[in-house]
Design a protein around this ligand. Structure first.
Ligand SMILES: NC(=O)c1ccc[n+]([C@@H]2O[C@H](COP(=O)([O-])OP(=O)(O)OC[C@H]3O[C@@H](n4cnc5c(N)ncnc54)[C@H](O)[C@@H]3O)[C@@H](O)[C@H]2O)c1
Ligand SMILES: [Zn+2]
Ligand SMILES: [Zn+2]
Length: 345
């Protein structure tokens, strides 16, 4: 089969690769129909994720058709259409029993990281019963690719942890696919204001279309003053960090209102200063989270009921043969205006 293989920092190739086989009774082999590329795949290619070693097939998102299942799989059979979660979970370990699937002792984020991933014709999914979701009849499978990672991430790490509430004020720093997913799902709770902050005017234009009440281009460095002016000097009840650099986390520290929450989503590679000299008396909460994907069944229902148009996030389409071009397009989003690219296997 064809697969996109990570070959060490800065290198990747579409290669011929052995087809995966069932290695545990709880495994399923899935024939990928559609997959995509995540910002995290770019982090891996930059060498930022040393736990992902050369030779690994990348990708942790996608939909497909079950090819075969191990003898212990009871919820799926060959021919079933399934959504692949970016988080594998056994359902039984101490963390899974707390619904903290991201920390499953034999799963978590392993796909396209510690085991071969979805940017291939076939993938082996461990703990298939609890890591795959049946795709409802006549669902738009392309749209569901957005539910493998970005929608649950924006919702769980940003909106749920950030305690977005009716009538509240929200700022989302970073209008990439994750920030936009937080923007879409924040609207489940009818906050009064959602301020989107980014450096990229095109992404801010998209954010307006997706329901942001105002946008700020933070290129000049005055974003915190602008937010404080917009909120009568109070700041925001929820500040969602969806970039992953010190500057944007520190911006959240400046704009959080007394009693508010800073919900970190970004993956940080370097240390960030915590300004307790300004924050000690402000009754704030800071949260961090690796997505658990426990909201996936709810999000599937919302998409199925057409209460959320996740397809708006898809900007480009490629075949698996063109995946290198797909990476180029996704990696140069400022020029190509790419959000999510669909790759048909
Ligand atoms: N916690 C989790 O479980 C989890 C899961 C998936 C992704 N992530 C992380 O979430 C973050 C966002 O992911 P993404 O795919 O949307 O990334 P992305 O790179 O596509 O988007 C980041 C956005 O931030 C903007 N930006 C960069 N510097 C900025 C600055 N100084 N001020 C304002 N905006 C700035 C960029 O223009 C871009 O639009 C990444 O760090 C990613 O690794 C976390
Ligand atoms: Zn991802
Ligand atoms: Zn587990």
């Amino acid at each position: 089969m064809k697969a996109l293989v990570y070959l060490g920092s800065g290198n990747k190739a579409l290669q011929d690769h052995a087809k995966p086989e069932i290695s545990a009774s709880t495994d399923a082999i899935v024939r990928i129909t559609k997959t995509t590329i995540c910002g995290t795949d770019l982090h891996i290619l930059e060498g930022d994720v040393p736990t992902c070693t050369p030779g690994r097939i990348l990708g942790h998102e996608g939909v497909g058709i079950i090819e075969s299942v191990g003898t212990g799989v009871t919820a799926f059979q060959s021919g079933d259409h399934a959504l692949i979660s970016c988080i594998s979970s056994c359902g039984k370990c101490v963390y899974c029993r707390k619904q903290m699937y991201s920390h499953c002792t034999t799963g978590g984020w392993i796909l396209g990281h510690k085991i071969d991933g979805t940017q291939a014709e076939f993938v082996r999914i461990p703990h298939a019963d609890t890591s795959l979701y049946p795709i409802p009849e006549d669902a738009d499978e392309e749209a569901l690719v957005m539910l493998s990672d970005i929608l649950p991430t924006g919702f769980e790490c940003g909106v749920l942890n950030g305690k977005v509430a009716p009538g509240g004020t929200v700022a989302i720093v970073g209008a990439g696919p994750i920030g936009l997913a937080a923007l879409l799902t924040a609207q489940f709770y009818a906050p009064a204001e959602i301020i989107m902050i980014d450096l990229d005017d095109n992404r801010l234009k998209v954010a307006k279309r997706f329901g942001a009440t105002s946008v700020i281009n933070s290129t000049g460095g005055n974003a915190s003053e602008t937010v404080m002016a917009m909120t009568g000097g109070r700041g925001v009840d929820t500040a969602i960090e969806a970039v992953g650099i010190p500057m944007t986390f520190e911006l959240c520290e400046k704009i959080v209102a007394p009693g508010g929450v800073i919900a970190n989503v970004g993956v940080h590679g370097v240390k960030v200063d915590l300004h307790l000299e300004n924050l000690w008396d402000r009754n704030i909460t800071i949260t961090t989270r690796l997505v658990d994907t426990l909201s996936t069944p709810m999000l599937l229902n919302v998409v199925k009921a057409r209460r959320l148009d996740v397809k708006q996030l898809i900007t480009h389409r490629f075949k698996l043969d063109g995946i290198i071009a797909a990476y180029e397009t996704f990696g140069h989003a400022a020029d190509t205006h790419a959000l999510k690219v669909i790759i048909e296997a």
